[in-house]
Each structure stands twice: as C-alpha cells, then as structure tokens.
Design a protein around this ligand. Structure first.
Ligand SMILES: *Cc1c(COP(=O)(O)O)cnc(C)c1O
Length: 403
C-alpha cells in the first residue's frame, strides 16, 4: 500500500483499476504483507519455536487459510464450522485447537472424532460433557483448561477477556479442582493450560502479568503441562499508534520457560491478517449539512462493523493524492439507516469528489468475517493480490442469492 505517482497501489496494482475491474465495495488482501507478517511473527519468537495456530474467526476465507497453512501454521477454531473450514484448508488436525465457552455436544463429538490437538475447556460442565462423550466412545481426549488470569489487557472494554468479570475461562480455584478432576479421569488427558486475555493489546505489561499468574498457578498445582497456550491478542497499528514490543514479550516468555518445560502455543488472528486487508469503496454522494461534510460510501457497517461495534478507527486514503492542502473536514459514513453506520472522521482531508474511490485500511481481521447481509446488501468480493497478479478468492454475492 503505497502511492506511486500519487496513485494508491496495493502491491503493484492500483486501487483505481481494481475498483474499475471488480467493482466496489471490495476486500483486497496483500499476499506479501501476509507472508511478511507470518515470517516476522515466527522470527519474533524463534528462540522457542512455538506452534502458531491462526485464529480462524479473524478471517474465514478458505483460500486465505490455505495460504496461511502453506507457512506451516495451525488453527484456533471456535465452532464446528470453523473446524470444518480449517480441515478443508488442509490443516493437520494435530495443529488445531478448539476454544470457546459454549461448545455443544455435537461440536465436541465432531472434534473428538477428528482427533484434534486440544479442546480448550472453559467450565466444569464442559469438562464433564467431554468426559461423558469420550466414555461412550471409549476414547481418550486431549484437553486444555482455560484459566482466567484476572489480568487487565488495557485494551478496548469490548474486547477484553481476561478479567474476572469476563465470561471466559475459570478462576484459579476452579482451575485447581479441574486439574484434580482430570488426574482421576480415564478419558481425559490434561495437556494444556490456556489463556487469552483480550485483543488489540499494545502494551507488553499485561502479558508479563499474565505469565506471572500462570507461573504462580503451575507451582501451586504442581502439574507438568505439555503445552502452555498463551492465546493471541497482539495488537497492530491502526492509526499510527505504537506497536506491541515483541522483544519484551518474548523475553518474558523465555524467562518463564526457564522454569517450566512446556511447548508454547499462540493463537494470533489480527497480528497475522489485520494489516493485509483493504476495503475499497466508492463515494456515492458528498453531503454538506451545516458545518459537517458527510462522505457517503458504497461500503457500510454490514461490510465492516468494527467502528460500530467497538468504536474502532481505521485510516482512510484517497485513491489519488492531489498536491493540495488538506482542507476539508470529512465524516465517512455508509448508506445504512443506523447512526452507528459511520467509519472515521478527519479534521483535515484532501478535498474529495463524488464517484471517487477511497480505501479503508487494515480491515483484514474481523472485517469480512464479521460482515452480514443487513439491509439485504450482498457481501463484497474478496481479492488476493500478489505483485501484479490479482486472484478472486471469493465471488461477490448476487442479490438473487439473497431473495
Ligand atoms: C479471538 C481469539 C483469538 C485471536 O485474537 P487476536 O486478537 O485476533 O489475535 C485467540 N484465541 C482466542 C481464544 C480467541 O477467542
């Protein structure tokens, strides 16, 4: 994503030509950013070579998951559908972990049959249900227990998951009980302690605290976990904010591993796929109402709900940069009849024209996967761009499919 002769390009392809050829709104992904993210992630933690399980919920495009699989990543899934998709993408079941607080009997049965690496359990009731199913099938099932470490991730309230008031994981007291329960069970093999304290985390300190909590709990429970699953949550830079200090996070883990002989699992979503995605949209109208200038796009909250759902901010770039001063205040909105159907506001932006193309940045994670057909709006096309090559990785939905 760069300007060449003032024209915005994703890799070697101009946004303008993508809009002309494939229409708008369209989701475009940069293959080389994806490759770079995965290589950097591996490099950041190469001192202990973790198992990296891509959090499928952040992006459920089958073709993208196939690409991610080629780099050797596994998958973190949260439903039977995601598990089926990860398997369809060719991911080895022994690299798949199943998270979530409400796995149904059907989902548990399916996961057991597929012999995945771990089912990460989040309650007493769930552990009993897994044991019941395993007993009937006369199987031994590898599980993890998700601890709620009561750690403030210092991220958006809506995406914080590791505090005691959040619904995720179990507290230390229940954790001890469940470990003891597993020790006696003939059908459950406890292999993992898992945590996931939230998403879009930019400060390494919550991770350090989380590791201290895990350290303390393992000493107390005196059990050797084959795996420690640290979840995902690594934040990215949306509006030029500072990024997570991977060095410090990594050295905290190295310190932890000196005391505990376990294999580390990560479940990153956003940090792998977030900055690879761009949503290209066309300006339908520009509407002046008093002091405010509304830029009405043909993309809406059904395409990208993060601003409406979490108050998230995404940068927006014009497809053509004109060498004029940044003079206009603009609020970028969608056409849906909801006040929350708005993207970002800018105090100073280059003057735009109706029918012009703009690009909403960093939409690879929780963009398309959270999209809907609200207002009977068809889902956008998805394109994968590698150098000068453009590949359709999902077709645009047609209106007659929605009737
Ligand atoms: C959502 C989720 C993730 C991925 O979080 P990111 O912030 O996208 O890295 C990982 N693990 C679990 C259990 C999750 O629910």
């Amino acid at each position: 994503m760069k300007y060449f002769n003032n024209k915005l390009k994703i890799e070697n392809v101009s946004v303008h030509s993508l809009a002309r050829k494939y229409g708008t709104p369209s989701y475009c992904y940069s293959f080389n950013r994806l490759k770079n993210n995965i290589n950097c992630f591996k490099k950041n933690f190469n001192s202990f070579a973790p198992l990296i399980c891509f959090a499928v919920k952040s992006n459920t495009n089958l073709n993208l998951i196939k690409e991610i699989k080629k780099f050797g990543l596994g998958a973190d899934v949260v439903s039977m559908g995601e598990l089926m998709l990860a398997l369809k993408a060719g991911i080895n079941p022994k690299k798949i972990v199943f998270s979530g607080i409400g796995k149904t009997s059907k989902e548990i049965e399916f996961a057991i049959n597929k012999k995945i690496l771990l089912i990460n359990v989040e309650s007493r009731s769930e552990i009993k249900e897994i044991e019941r199913i395993a007993k009937i099938r006369n199987k031994k099932v590898d599980i993890g227990i998700r601890l709620n470490p009561n750690t403030d991730a210092k991220t958006l309230r809506q995406i914080s998951t590791g505090k005691k008031e959040n619904k995720f994981g179990v507290n230390d007291k229940i954790f001890f009980d469940l470990v003891n329960y597993c020790k006696k069970s003939k059908n459950l093999i406890l292999k993992c302690l898992s945590v996931h304290i939230g998403s879009q985390i930019l400060d390494h300190k919550p991770y350090e605290k989380m590791l201290q909590v895990i350290d303390r709990i393992i000493r107390k429970v005196n059990y050797n976990f084959e795996f420690i699953d640290l979840g995902g949550g690594m934040g990215i830079s949306y509006m030029g904010n500072k990024e997570l200090n991977y060095k410090k996070y990594c050295s905290a883990i190295n310190k932890f591993l000196k005391k505990h002989n376990s294999k580390i699992i990560f479940e990153p979503g956003r940090s792998i796929i977030g900055n690879t995605g761009f949503l290209i949209a066309k300006i339908i109208y520009i509407k002046k109402n008093g002091k405010k200038n509304f830029v009405i796009l043909d993309a809406a909250m059904n395409d990208l709900i993060r601003p409406a759902l979490y108050g998230a901010h995404h940068n927006i770039l014009p497809s053509e940069r004109r060498n004029k001063r940044f003079v206009k205040n603009y609020e970028f909105v969608g056409p849906i009849c909801e006040t929350t159907d708005r993207f970002s506001s800018f105090k100073k932006f280059q003057e735009l024209k109706e029918k012009e193309i703009v690009t909403i940045c960093d939409v690879g994670a929780y963009g398309m996967s959270l999209s809907s057909n609200y207002n009977i709006r068809p889902k956008a096309i998805e394109l994968l761009i590698n150098g000068s090559k453009v590949r359709i990785i999902k077709k645009r939905q047609k209106l007659n499919e929605l009737m």
